[in-house]
Design a protein around this ligand. Structure first.
Ligand SMILES: O=C(O)CCC(=O)C(=O)O
Ligand SMILES: [Fe+2]
Length: 332
């Protein structure tokens, strides 16, 4: 039996967090299927998801001037925008409205990321150096286009077996087939490649026969391994499907949103040192010249060291050595 005082291996520490929150069955399901649904009583018993939904509706209204209609979905029916063209032949956006950079909309989105269950799962998949690549709120009304199967890891196949990215999705309204839920090919994360051609089709006469629609009640947390094949059905029922997707990545993967140096100091100050790591502040790369490389290196080291100190060095090895500058978090 390991002495808990003595464990320093990041994997042991991540497992201890999984045990602390009773997440073992969900880790087992993730291992078997490549995805898992953590119910609201485990993931967010404090009404977090209701608060995220309220803030998301307010943000949508601020951005568009129109209050989203949760009951009918009329505000988002057959929604078209930049994303309507992601798949050839799509008639509308398979995502509905995908609102980017939600972190800055309301402090509840900081809470959505710092949720201990979400962090335990993201850490299990992508390590203690995991960063937020993007925080996107999707609002999908009745629509025609399904989202084709894909893996979220932005690399050419073959993919490495470990999760280099993961998606942790707050389900904010009930997900089922008629509501245009996310769907999966269970076990496909083990194949270590992107689906191609007809394998990608969701629904209809020619749809991939192995696709399983996920059912999840509002308040659940859907966690997805970066290699698993997934997509989404179009929504046939009235109303809106709303979620908040925290797409996470190991720090050497190019992120969708660039947060380095862009998070207000006040926001960093009111959160723990891990918040700075999650919001990419310990990434040194992206220099414009040699001087900048030293400055970025020092800046990244500051946040990495603060995190390492807060953890008492456990699972984290940060370096003050900024010559040559490199990412400073060298841990699992
Ligand atoms: O809309 C969904 O349910 C899935 C979205 C998705 O797979 C993605 O944004 O990568
Ligand atoms: Fe995806």
């Amino acid at each position: 039996m390991t002495n808990p005082q003595a464990i320093h291996d990041p994997l042991d520490l991540a497992w201890a967090e999984i045990q602390e929150h009773g997440l073992e069955p969900y880790v087992a399901e993730l291992d078997a299927h490549g995805y898992t649904v953590i119910p609201p009583r485990v993931a967010a018993p404090d009404g977090l998801s209701e608060r995220i939904l309220a803030a998301a509706l307010d943000a949508a209204e601020r951005r568009t001037g129109v209050r989203p209609d949760l009951d009918t979905g009329a505000t988002h029916a057959d929604f078209t925008d930049r994303l309507s063209t992601v798949e050839p032949g799509a008639e509308d956006s398979p995502f509905g409205d995908a609102m980017q950079s939600m972190l800055f909309e309301d402090p509840v989105f900081e809470e959505a990321m710092m949720n201990p269950v979400l962090l335990a799962m993201a850490t299990w998949l992508c390590g203690y150096s995991v960063v937020l690549s993007s925080m996107i709120c999707q609002m999908k009304g009745p629509n025609k286009s399904s989202l084709a199967l894909h893996a979220d890891t932005p690399l050419p196949s073959p993919l490495p077996p470990q999760s280099l990215t993961c998606n942790c999705i707050w389900v904010l309204t009930d997900f089922d087939l008629a509501n245009g839920t996310t769907c999966f090919v269970p076990g496909s994360h083990r194949w270590c490649r992107e689906p191609v051609g007809a394998e990608r089709i969701v629904g209809g006469a020619h749809g991939n026969p192995h696709v399983v629609p996920v059912e999840a009640e509002a308040g659940s947390l859907l966690c997805i391994h970066g290699n698993v094949w997934h997509g989404a059905f179009n929504r046939t029922a009235p109303g809106l499907r709303v979620n908040l997707a925290l797409y996470m990545a190991r720090p050497f993967i190019r992120t969708q949103e660039d947060l380095i140096g862009k998070v207000p100091q006040q926001m960093l100050d009111r959160n723990s040192p891990r918040f700075a790591i999650l919001t990419q502040q310990a990434i040194a790369y992206g220099y414009t010249d040699a001087k900048d490389s030293v400055e970025r290196g020092k800046r990244a080291a500051k946040y990495a060291l603060a995190y390492a100190k807060a953890r008492g060095g456990k699972g984290v090895h940060a370096s003050e050595d900024v010559q040559p500058p490199r990412p400073f978090l060298l841990y699992g």
